[in-house]
Each structure stands twice: as structure tokens, then as C-alpha cells.
Design a protein around this ligand. Sequence first.
Ligand code: ADP
Ligand SMILES: O=P(O)(O)O[C@H]1O[C@H](CO)[C@@H](O[C@H]2O[C@H](CO)[C@@H](O)[C@H](O)[C@H]2O)[C@H](O)[C@H]1O
Length: 437
Amino acid sequence: MLTELLTGWITHQRWFAGKGRPIDELGVDSDVELSPGLHHLIISVRQGGAHDRYQLLLGTDGDASGRYSHARIGDGYYDAAYDPDLTGTLLAGMAGDRDLGPLRFRHLEGVEIDTSLRSLVLGAEQSNTSLVYGETYICKLFRRLIPGVNPELEIVTALARHGAGHIAQPYGWIETDLDGEPTTLAMTQEFLATANDGWALALASVRDLYACLDSSASDAGGDFSSEAYRLGVATAEVHRELAAAFPTDVMESQEVKQMVEDHRRRLAGVIEEVPQLGRYARVAEEAYQRVADVVSEIPVQRVHGDYHLGQVMRTTTDWVVLDFEGEPGQPLAERRALSSPLRDVAGMLRSFDYAARHLLADHPDADELRPRAVEWAELNRSSFLAGYSAGGGRLHAEDAILLRALELVKAVYEVGYEARNRPSWLPIPMAAFQVER
Ligand SMILES: Nc1ncnc2c1ncn2[C@@H]1O[C@H](COP(=O)(O)OP(=O)(O)O)[C@@H](O)[C@H]1O
Ligand SMILES: O=P(O)(O)O[C@H]1O[C@H](CO)[C@@H](O[C@H]2O[C@H](CO)[C@@H](O)[C@H](O)[C@H]2O)[C@H](O)[C@H]1O
């Protein structure tokens, strides 16, 4: 039976959020035939008290060709995201603004979609599945479904309508109603075929830095600072465009204090999960308290929310920002809430620290390398800030207090993230509490 096959298969999928917990019940909530041999399924998975929904493109003629053994579910069923003979239906649906049962396929006004392109699944992702069509489009299938419009779609379409730069052009999306709310199932954007992601570029520079250890060169590392500066400028421009496309507000003193309380609570939560963070709690608490004491109001707006070097790509001409989805794991309302753009600035500053330190953990020459790593991070952090300011980003003297606190807020989040996902990387965010700033 299909539900039994899916129960065995889903637990092995990278994007399945309930790994390690037994599945009490798996049911098919919706089954829409998109084209012969291709069904769109929404699956409900119940584990303990948790109820999650996922979407799946189900190929039903797998045994006929035998070509999809790597995507096999069983009994001729397979994950049709891997079948380029079938996925053209998604592009055609968006191009034609089709309605298929409860599914709505839509495209952005004024764009043309080439429906002849064939897809390949992109290998790199954790939580979604992306299909790259030719070298032209990337269609991101959101696997775990959260009722509501995906913030990435909401932001990128609004920015595109404002003619904003630094984004990958959106083309279309697929949606349905879940719990009575229009809910994004997939979105298609321009694929930046020749771009490199910021994390890979920064690491190449850091590797040069480490290679310098044997040489007498004093100018440690490949120079990334002009890129960091340009990224700062681009970030300020994206913030300005977000402020123009969405409402803005000012957080008053009472709300600032409330925000500080929320951060304290999150800190306590992460300490429960990762007790060794407790040793540094005072550092974070003092930084948070200074905000409560000194900062009387904070301009707020829509922001990226999970900004780091892996979310930006360098094309031949400029930096492009991806994945405006906010912090994974947070409820949608929180991910869409207005906050200080300095939150993104803090995220990117942390990311320079990550890039500089990520090879130190098991390195035999870590002690010798550490000062160079710190120097690399400091140079790029200050270049990024200089670019942000030159690009019109607000960085007044008193903002330093908020920025310092927001960096530690991010580091606290990272401690929880690394403890859960990459325990060997835990020393990286831990180091953030040992640096005087
Ligand atoms: N528009 C795009 N053009 C080229 N590559 C992209 C594009 N969007 C995403 N990617 C690639 O896919 C990777 C993961 O994308 P992302 O949206 O961050 O997925 P996830 O949230 O699952 O990590 C990125 O680091 C980038 O390498
Ligand atoms: O890109 P995602 O939305 O999946 O973000 C999550 O994973 C990131 C790890 O890939 C994590 O980022 C942390 O590691 C990065 C290096 O791999 C580093 O550049 C970031 O500064 C650091 O926060 C991100 O926090 C998490 O939400």
C-alpha cells in the first residue's frame, strides 16, 4: 500500500523533519494528477503530538523505465522531482496560470517562461528540493508545508515589482490553501548559473590565509576585503529597498525592553540545551542589558532574518541576496515580523568569524593560525561595515550597542544550531563570547 511505502521512505529523506521519532500515522491529504504518470501529493505525518505536512511529486510508472532507481519509493512509485520527462508540467502550469484541482500555478506579470527546459535536482540543500531548468530557472519545492505565503516569495516578488537590484528575478509560484490560508508550495526564480556563493568565495580566501603559514608573507590571506565592502554596500541597498516595499515602524522603549526579555528567554532555552554556554551567559546578559538601559528606540522594517555568507552569491557584476525566508524553525509570524536591519548586519559579521575559524578546530597549527584568522575576520568585518555605511545603511555611534547585542543573539542561536546539527563546529559560536568588543 502506498502509505506504507511512503512511511518507510520518508524517514530517509534529508528534508524530513521528524527523524529519529516513530511515525504513528501517515495519510495522503491531497492527490492531484498533474499529467499522466505524475501526481502531486500532500502527506500528513503524525508523530507523538506533532503533525507535519509534506509535499511530494509522485511518479507512478517507475518500473516501466527502471531509470529512477535512485528515487525509488517502491511498487513502481518514485520521487518524480528527479524525472525531467515529468517536471516540465510545473513550468507549463506556471506559464499558463493553470488551476489543477486545489493547486494554483501562477507567473509574475510581464515575465515569459520558457517551458521547453529540462530539470535537474540541485544537490546542495537541506530543507527543500530545487529543480534547475536548463541554466535558466531554479524551482524550489518547499517540502515541509507551513500554512501561509512563503516570506521568500512575498519579499522577492515585492522587491521585483519595485525594480530592486541584488535579487534573483522571480518568475512564478505554485500555491494551494492549507488550513484556509493560501500556502506557497514552490517558487521559480532566475538561476544564477555563473555565480559563486559567498561562503565558498570567503573560504577560498581563508584557505590562502592558512597556506601562508609556511611563507614569510605578512599580508595574511587572499584579500576578500573589497568583496566584503561591496557586500556591505549591496546589503544597505537591499535594506533600503525592503523599507520602501514594506511598512516600517519604530520600536519604542517599552518594546525594546520586551525584545531584550525575549532574547534573555532564548538564551536560557539554549543554555538548557547546551549547558556549557552557561559559562558565558554573563557576557550576553550584559550586552542585552546595555540595550535595555541605553537604546530608547529602534527603527524596524522587513529584513532577511538569516543573513550569512551562504545566502549571498557573487555574479560577474554584483552581489545577489537569496533565501529571504527568515530564521528556519521559527513560526511564520515571527519570521515576517519587523525588526532592526542591524540583525542582518550582525548575521553577516558572525559569518566572517565562521569563515575565518571553521578550519581551526582540528588543525595541528591552530595556535599559530588563530591570530591570522582573527585578523582576517576583523579586516572583513570592518570592510563590510564600511561598505554598509557608504551604501547608506544606518550605523550611528549608538547603534554599536545594539549591534554588539544582536551579534551575541545570533551567536546564541548558532550555539543551539551547531549543537543540534554539527557539534564539531560548536567552538566557533562559543568563541564569540570570548572576544572583547
Ligand atoms: N537563484 C539561484 N541561483 C543559483 N544558485 C542558487 C539559487 N538559489 C539557490 N541556489 C543554490 O542553492 C543553495 C541552497 O539554496 P537555499 O535557498 O539557501 O536552500 P536551503 O534553504 O535549503 O539551504 C545555495 O547556497 C546556492 O548555492
Ligand atoms: O542556510 P540556512 O537557512 O539553512 O541556515 C542555517 O544553516 C546555516 C549553516 O549552513 C547556519 O549558518 C551558520 O553556518 C554558516 C556556515 O556554514 C555561517 O556562515 C553562518 O554565519 C552561521 O550562522 C544558519 O545559522 C542556519 O540558520
